[in-house]
Design a protein around this ligand. Structure first.
Ligand code: CU
Length: 449
């Protein structure tokens, strides 16, 4: 941005800047010197006009875009040789010589090169380039039982005002690691009121016996240039920073057969939204995915709770052969899980414990508690005797982190070193992967979202 050449951004934007001041204010075409054509945009009082702010924000926005398009170009010139106050590192002058400056402190052009610095980090133009940080250089699938396919996400922290894409440009080499259901492109949208969102890029791992050497995959973040401002082509892709490499790692472990009690919250608060569906719908989906991943040598029981408890499977714990799976699918669709009363998590856990007592010999017992954690019917989880939470117990909280009662969920899981998952606000694709991912809860590993 050089003031000295005619055909550059600065000359052109200053020329256009001046025209807008004239257009908005209007020319004084009436010879009567007292006639005011309206508006203040042509006068030194122009900052009083609301249009002034919009206008200057637009000039600043265009400078931002120009900087992004010319990353190797000096953002401001001249750095010397111009009149005092106009060089890169001069103090800007807002008053006549000999007069008192209108406000204390100094600003220099070099202080104003980055609009986020000027306006504060929370103020963005909606066209600004996203700021992206990879939070997971290594994506660890943990211990995965042989025969299972699980999903894990590389996670990016994203500051953005627009949809931000991630493309797996170099997929993991053919083998046990791979694309999640062939998917290479993922995106995240900004959320009103949130300074940051998380971009998730999923991979899958299929567990077979033997060592699992880590593999690499490459991900390129980009935006779609809907106005052609960054690429010169409307709808073209514009890469945001360089591609990043993530390392995928996993370990295969022998698969054990499990007896599982699903303890399902059907209290009224489960009717509230968790992302694109209600918590209750999320729960029904999770149950359906979970049961399909069980082997016919494993057992499952389903318990519901609000202020009452019910064991919905008959017998309480049954093998997940075709008939058993069909029965659980019927339960997942039924009105027996409709949101209803208050929340007695302790009641549900006790009922699940009793169901597990009837499991077949040789199976490892585990309990999954699906709840939003707002208990209001005794006994409280904290008051349950240790013998009741004895099997490996996992809690799955519905809703965003701030919506669920973290203390109660932690209390459920910590006694047996289980994991806590909070589902967060996620779209349906991610939901599908998360639901699949719950399969490996059976070996005590779960990713925290
Ligand atoms: Cu102006």
């Amino acid at each position: 941005m050089d003031a000295r050449a005619r055909d550059n951004l600065r000359s052109r934007s200053e020329g256009n800047h001046n025209r807008v001041h004239r257009w908005v204010s209007g020319f004084l075409t009436n010879p009567d010197p007292n006639f005011d054509a309206g508006g203040t945009m042509l006068k030194m009082t122009s900052p009083n006009d609301p249009i002034f702010f919009l206008h200057h924000a637009q000039i600043d926005r265009m400078w931002n875009i120009w900087q992004a398009r010319h990353p190797g170009t000096t953002p401001y010139l001249p750095d010397s040789g111009a009149a005092t106050g106009h060089n890169l590192n001069d103090d800007l002058i807002f008053h006549h010589p000999g007069e008192t400056p209108p406000w204390p402190g100094t600003e220099r052009p070099s202080d104003l090169l980055t609009s986020h610095t000027i306006h504060g980090t929370g103020v963005w133009y909606d066209t600004d380039i996203p700021e992206i940080t990879l939070e997971t250089p290594a994506v660890d699938f943990g211990n995965v039982p042989e025969g299972l396919t699980t999903f894990r996400a590389a996670r990016f922290r994203v500051k953005t005002c627009q949809r931000t894409w991630f493309r797996i440009t170099v997929p993991p080499p053919a083998g046990n690691f791979g694309l999640a259901e062939g998917q290479t492109d993922f995106y995240v949208d900004p959320q009103d009121g949130a300074d940051e969102v998380f971009g998730l890029v999923f991979f899958q791992f299929h567990s077979v016996a033997g060592p699992q050497p880590p593999v690499m995959a490459t991900i390129q973040p980009f935006i779609v240039d809907s106005e052609g401002e960054y690429t010169g082509t409307i709808g073209a892709e514009f890469n945001v920073g360089p591609a990043v490499v993530v390392t995928l790692m996993a370990a295969s472990v022998p698969r054990t057969d499990y007896a599982v009690a699903l303890v399902l919250d059907r209290s009224y608060s489960m009717s509230t939204p968790a992302g694109s569906m209600t918590r209750s719908q999320l729960l029904r989906n999770a149950v359906s995915v979970f049961v399909d991943l069980m082997r016919d040598t494993e057992q499952l029981g389903v318990v519901s709770f609000d202020d009452q408890v019910a064991t919905l499977t008959s017998p309480a714990i049954r093998f997940m052969d075709a008939g058993g799976k069909a029965a659980v699918h019927t339960i997942a669709e039924s009105s027996d899980l409709d949101p209803r009363g208050d929340t007695g998590i302790g009641l549900g856990i006790t009922e699940g414990h009793n169901a597990l007592l009837t499991s077949a010999a040789g199976l490892t017992r585990a309990m999954l508690v699906f709840t939003d954690g707002h208990e209001n019917v005794p006994p409280d989880v904290s008051a349950l005797p240790d013998g009741i939470i004895d099997s490996r117990t996992y809690a799955i909280g519905f809703g965003r982190v701030n919506d669920v009662n973290r203390d109660v969920l932690d209390d459920i899981t910590e006694r047996t070193d289980g994991d806590l998952i909070i589902t967060g606000e996620i779209d349906s694709d991610q939901q599908r992967f998360l639901n699949n991912g719950e399969s490996d809860l059976s070996v005590g590993h779960a990713e925290r979202f």
